[in-house]
Design a protein around this ligand. Structure first.
Ligand code: SF4
Ligand code: SF4
Length: 441
C-alpha cells in the first residue's frame, strides 16, 4: 500500500487516536519515519483497556502495525508495554513470529510511561526536541485501539464503537465495546449502577481526565468513566477554582522545587520548570517571561500537582491557564536551540504506579474490569460532530433519513484536519445540528 492510500483508508474509516486529544491518524503518516511504536503502556491508574484488547486481538493489532510500518518503509517496530502485562505479552509472543521485525520494549510500572515523549525515549533512546513532533526524530506512535481500528478498516469496517472501561464506585467494573453516542449513564447501569450516594464522574484517567456527567456520550476518545464519591481527593482536586489555586500558590509555595525535580518532561531535559512558573505567577513577576513561555512544553501529565507537591498546590492547573491564555493571544512556543539530554538521576525520580494509586486514594478501586464484546443496543445515539482535534465534521444526513450502522453521517471538510463520522446504530435520523446528530433505532 502507498502512504496516500493508507491515509485515505484511515480518513474515510474515521480513525483517530483513541484517547487524549484524538489526533487524526492519517495526519501522522509522513516520509522519513524509520520507527513505528505501538503505545500499550496505559499508565493512568485504574485504566485497563489496552492490555486487555492486546490480549484478545494481538494478531489483528500486529497485522495493522506491520502494514503501517511497511507502508512507511520503517525498519523498526516496537511495542511498548509494562512488564506486568503478562497476558498481553504472552499474546504478542504467540503471534510475533508471523511478522519479521516487531520487538517488545518492556517498561517499568511508573507514571507516565505512556507519555509519547517518554515512551519514545524508553523505546529508542531518542529525545523529541521541546515543541516538536515525534516525526522530527523519525518516529511515529500509535495507540493499540487505533491499530485495531485500522485492521477493521482493512476488512471494510468503519469506526462505530469505542472500548470504554467503567470502574470505581460501580457494582461490577467492566470494559465494554460501546456504540459511539450512547450515554455514559447507560454504561454505568450495565455495570450494576453506582455504589456511592453522591457520585462524581471522571471521564478518562484520574491524572489527566476531567469531570463529566451521566448524560455525556461516548466519543472516539472516551477511554473510561470512573465513578468516585464527590468528596474523593481526586474529585476535590479537579473541582478547585483557579483563583483559589493562585491564592494558595501565593500563600504556600515554598519553592522546594519537588514539582520540577519530578516533572517527566524536565527529567528528559525539556525546559519546563513548574516551580519557576509558581514563583513568577504568585509574585506577578512579568520581567522574567521565560517561565510563562516555557509552559508550552508541559504535557499536562499532572505529576507536579497530583503527586510531587506536598503542599497540595496546583502547578499543572496554573500552567494550563497560562498556556491557554498565551495561545488565545496568538503567542507561539519559543524555539529552543539547546539539545535536550536526560537528568543524570532520572531513574530515581520516576513515579511508581503503586505509590501514585496510594497517594490518590485509589488502591481500593484497583480491581479487574473484564472486557466484554457483548452487543449493546441503545435505543438512541447522539453522535457529536467534534470528537477529535482538528475541524468538526459536517453532517451529510438530514432529519428523516434512514441510516445503517457504519454509514457516513458526517464528512471531513476537504483540505482540513478531520475524519469522517459514521452511525453506530441502524435507524432514523431525528435531529441534526451543527454540534450533533441523533439517530433513533
Ligand atoms: S512542589 Fe509545591 S511547594 Fe514545592 S515548589 Fe512546587 S508548587 Fe511550590
Ligand atoms: S503537568 Fe507538571 S509534571 Fe507534568 S509535564 Fe507539566 S509541569 Fe511537568
Amino acid at each position: 500500500m502507498k502512504i496516500d492510500e493508507l491515509s485515505m483508508l484511515l480518513r474515510n474509516a474515521g480513525i483517530v487516536g483513541c484517547g487524549g486529544a484524538g489526533f487524526p491518524s492519517y495526519a501522522k503518516l509522513k516520509d522519513g519515519i524509520d520507527t513505528v511504536i505501538l503505545n500499550c503502556a496505559e499508565c493512568e491508574p485504574l485504566l485497563r483497556l489496552h492490555r486487555q484488547l492486546m490480549e484478545k486481538r494481538a494478531y489483528e493489532i500486529l497485522s495493522a502495525l506491520d502494514l503501517t510500518a511497511k507502508t512507511l518503509g520503517a525498519k523498526n517496530v516496537v511495542i511498548g508495554l509494562k512488564s506486568a502485562y503478562k497476558n498481553a505479552i504472552a499474546a504478542i509472543e504467540k503471534n510475533i513470529a508471523s511478522f519479521n521485525n516487531i520487538n517488545i520494549c518492556k517498561l517499568r510500572e511508573v507514571y507516565p510511561a505512556g507519555d509519547e515523549v517518554v515512551l519514545i525515549y524508553e523505546a529508542t533512546g531518542r529525545i523529541v526536541p521541546p515543541g516538536s513532533l515525534p516525526a522530527s526524530v523519525g518516529v511515529v506512535v500509535f495507540n493499540v485501539e487505533t491499530m485495531y481500528n485500522l485492521y477493521r478498516a482493512t476488512q471494510g469496517k468503519n469506526v462505530t464503537h469505542k472500548y470504554v472501561t467503567v470502574a470505581g464506585e460501580v457494582k461490577s467494573p467492566r470494559t465494554y465495546l460501546a456504540p459511539i453516542g450512547m450515554t455514559l449513564g447507560e454504561l454505568i447501569d450495565m455495570s450494576g449502577g453506582e455504589t456511592t450516594e453522591n457520585p462524581a464522574y471522571l471521564l478518562g484517567g484520574p491524572m489527566m481526565g476531567s469531570l463529566g456527567s451521566r448524560e455525556d456520550v461516548v466519543t472516539k476518545t472516551t477511554n473510561a468513566v470512573i465513578v468516585l464519591p464527590d468528596d474523593h481527593y481526586v474529585v476535590m482536586r479537579k473541582n478547585t477554582k483557579i483563583s483559589i489555586d493562585l491564592k494558595r500558590a501565593m500563600a504556600a509555595c515554598c519553592q522546594c522545587r519537588y514539582c520540577t525535580d519530578m516533572c517527566p518532561r524536565n527529567l528528559l531535559g525539556h525546559p519546563i520548570e513548574p516551580h519557576m512558573l509558581m514563583r513568577v505567577a504568585s509574585n506577578r513577576d512579568t520581567h522574567n517571561t521565560e517561565p510563562y513561555l516555557n509552559t508550552f512544553f508541559c504535557s499536562g501529565c499532572g505529576v507536579c500537582e497530583m503527586y510531587a507537591c506536598f503542599q497540595g498546590l496546583s502547578p499543572r492547573t496554573l500552567i494550563g491557564a497560562v498556556k491557554g491564555g498565551l495561545r488565545a493571544s496568538g503567542v507561539k512556543a519559543p524555539k529552543i536551540e539547546k539539545e535536550p539530554s536526560p537528568v543524570h538521576n532520572r531513574e530515581l525520580r520516576r513515579v511508581p504506579l503503586s505509590r501514585l494509586r496510594a497517594r490518590l486514594d485509589l488502591e481500593k478501586y484497583n480491581r479487574s474490569a473484564p472486557m466484554t464484546d457483548e452487543a449493546i443496543e441503545p435505543s438512541e445515539v447522539k453522535i457529536l460532530l467534534s470528537q477529535h482535534i482538528g475541524t468538526p465534521s459536517v453532517a451529510c444526513v438530514k432529519c428523516g433519513d434512514m441510516v445503517t450502522a457504519g454509514d457516513v453521517v458526517a464528512k471531513a471538510e476537504d483540505g482540513k484536519l478531520g475524519v469522517d463520522i459514521h452511525s453506530s446504530i441502524s435507524g432514523k435520523v431525528t435531529d441534526v445540528t451543527d454540534k450533533f446528530i441523533i439517530v433513533r433505532r
